[in-house]
Design a protein around this ligand. Sequence first.
Ligand SMILES: NC(=O)c1ccc[n+]([C@@H]2O[C@H](COP(=O)([O-])OP(=O)(O)OC[C@H]3O[C@@H](n4cnc5c(N)ncnc54)[C@H](OP(=O)(O)O)[C@@H]3O)[C@@H](O)[C@H]2O)c1
Length: 312
Amino acid sequence: MPRVGVVGATGAVGTVTLELLAERGFDDVRAFASARSAGRELAYRGRTLAVEEATPAVLGSGDLDLVFFSVGTEASRELVPPTADGGARVIDKSDAFRLTEGIPLVVAGVNDEAAGSEPVVANPNCSAIQLSCVLKPLHDAAGLACVRLATYQSMSGAGDAGIERLRAIEPMRADLMMDWDFDGEEFSEEWKLRAETQKILGLPELPLQAACVRVPVLVGHAQAVWLETERPLAPAEAAEILVAAPNVELAELPTPGAAAGRDAVLVGRIRRDPTADHGLALWIVNDNLRKGAALNAVQIAEGLLARSALAA
Ligand SMILES: NC(=O)c1ccc[n+]([C@@H]2O[C@H](COP(=O)([O-])OP(=O)(O)OC[C@H]3O[C@@H](n4cnc5c(N)ncnc54)[C@H](OP(=O)(O)O)[C@@H]3O)[C@@H](O)[C@H]2O)c1
């Protein structure tokens, strides 16, 4: 078993990462966070892990084989390079390296082969992960011509701070609904969703337009998607393809409540979109903390282990 580090272990994604690693029997695990949480104790497989301060020296010491990062962009920029230089394989959940050339951006079950021998693998935005799980098999079958979508994203997508804001605010204030950077035209979440999905699918020119908002839901991102394919694709045929797709499950009317705590990306309401020649409309819901974040990272690691791309 590899020597594993979880950086950001006290946060929303880190907590789920530890749960998943424990379930899968990873035993040699260390927990890291900022100096604020150093010394805190976290339950892990019947014992406690003392949280260590994440510093370049400790992470780059060569004592770790595999390190999951779920910290903010700046912390990843500072800590990921020394960790990789120290010899560990890094799976990073922030947006620091996702669009960097030469850094694979991987959704397990979609483009696993992209994770070659590079020291750092980027784990995409939660919305791009669930979308790619559904778009990839449909593209393989009928060729994607364009994608439009609206997202309804839960507050836990903004981490522990988002969860606290939801708990604290009653009723939800309108200015909480779009909490990303705005460039005058698009929110950062919207262009990230386009650029990351294009990179994951290997379709850099795919027209993709999104409108993203947060909704007062604790866990589970929903997406209303309208896509056009190059060749005709009947809803029943799309459903057959999606039933067989990895990490995807069909559901009649998927809700965030149904998706929360589950691994699968739920897809429902697959129907013809009569506003386009080969138009299809669907509704996708996923637990943003699991397949949208921690589970995808753990699946990437399992893929690397299976291919012996990591010291075992
Ligand atoms: N939540 C989601 O659904 C989701 C989905 C996709 C991507 N992400 C991305 O995943 C990352 C983590 O998100 P989250 O939702 O888990 O955030 P979070 O709940 O705010 O947790 C952040 C974690 O990072 C740690 N941290 C902060 N600054 C640090 C530093 N300088 N050095 C070491 N550790 C530091 C915090 O430790 P302390 O306890 O010491 O503060 C905490 O453990 C972010 O990049 C986010 O954009 C999140």
